[in-house]
Design a protein. Sequence first.
Length: 278
Amino acid sequence: MYIIDGKEISKKVREEVRQEVKKLSKKPCLLVILVGNDQASQIYVRNKETACKNTGILTKTIILDENAPQKEVINHIKDANLDNNITGILVQMPLPNHMNEKAVVDAIDPKKDVDGLHAVNQGKLMLGEKGIIPATPKGIMRLLSEYCVDLEGKNALVIGRSMLVGKPISLLLQQKNATVTMAHSKTKNLKEICQNMDVIVCAVGKPKTVTEDMVKEGAIVIDVGINRVLGTLVGDVDYLQVAPKTSRITPVPGGVGPMTIACLLENVLECYKLQNEF
């Protein structure tokens, strides 16, 4: 059993980004828009700012009151779309309940959409064309590549169907010729489905969604979940029980999480290249 070390691979990705940024005549700049005072969101934004700084990417942050009208957020996005000094735009999710997340995301120029959530980038992913890929699925694919996982012909199960992780990772796995099944909250007989899978990616945000009796010997398990239980961070997989049965598994913390920010930095660089026709 190999523990997939996301921390180590993320360091490699960050260094690659840092070296590429050094070669650029103009430093990329990421604009982050934060609405409200959600503590977790504030921590995520600070982590992104620090990661950018350490790789030579500039940052600008706009903080708005939680009662700010949606139009104000969209106006900031429109200004940033036209600003040649802004390379990428990230609106920190979740947004307050009175805002329509899709309308806000779709206001972003697709070439500045570092989260890869704009309909244009989602469509390009569906078609297998070059675009911005959401950071977490991108990070998962990099981890599998670094650990020499050949996905061709493998049976892969994705648990969760979000636009941020579940749907894009299913498409990326298919691009590598895996046979992909998607499961979600309405799926029946999840245990039986899991037992036949070579690769399981779980991204639902519920501890112990995947337990030892659901995993066959030698399976590869990618745990995307981050949950806090009695003050401790755990994933969606019952790690201590499941890990001994696997050939490769990501821990929580230290697995997929570090790759998300590292691949976000890659996406800022990708936006720069798209805008400057590299």
